[in-house]
Design a protein around this ligand. Sequence first.
Ligand code: OAD
Length: 243
Amino acid sequence: MLPEPLLAALRDAQHVCVLTGAGISAESGIPTFREAQTGLWENYDPMDLATPEAFLRDPELVWRWYRWRRDLVAEAEPNPGHRALAELEELVPKLTLVTQNVDGLHARAGSADVIEFHGNLFATRCFVEDCLVEVDTEAEIPRCPACGGHARPGVVWFGEAIPGQALDRSFAAARDCDVFLSIGTSSLVYPAAGLAELAKNHGAVVAEVNPNPTGLAAFFDHAVAGNAGEVLPELVSGLRGAP
Ligand code: OAD
């Protein structure tokens, strides 16, 4: 059941900012990172796969892991949580959707302007020139067609900077919004995890949606314990005035 004060704040909001994490794609069958037994990091050490050093050490292994994730995502479908956020765009004057996910499911669900804080699984960049490139990613070690250097997945790795425009837009939205929803994230990875605090410090009502309360749960005005695929459609129904 959604707290009425949260629904009231959403009804009055001129600008809603939403941050999503792997949890919103869990109901699409995509593993999260840190959940025991099922999370990606349960079977892999992120430092072996998601850093520039790991890539240079073993580009073939890293590409194998990202091709496996691409195949997983290509078979997945947006779930009711993704679709509810696409609907939310029509119900509030302004919605800024920031995702830490690289699976592209928000766009496939119909969200119009998704800020991809950690890049996109299906983008490929030249490791040397850091520009987007089109390559045959089925090659064992894809190469940049221009310089012949390594091509790499277009995602942000540990220790790398967030794309400048994504960072600026996300921080501006957190400062400006009236309501900030943190959905399906463990709130452990900064700077994304700092957006909620920034929003709250600028007067926003802040809420999290997560079946497992995070370390920031006490900080939020509302910590809604539940799955995104169930809570978000209920939130949209509540805004539409449906019982
Ligand atoms: P995590 O795996 O750290 O956290 C996923 C969160 O989703 C957990 O808090 C779960 O309780 C919650 N969850 C699980 N099922 C859910 C559901 N059905 N509905 C709502 N929530 C659910 O993933 P992230 O917080 O996204 O960074 O991780 C943040 C970043 O750490 C990722 O973007 C990635 C990773 O390293 C990079 O790759 C740079």
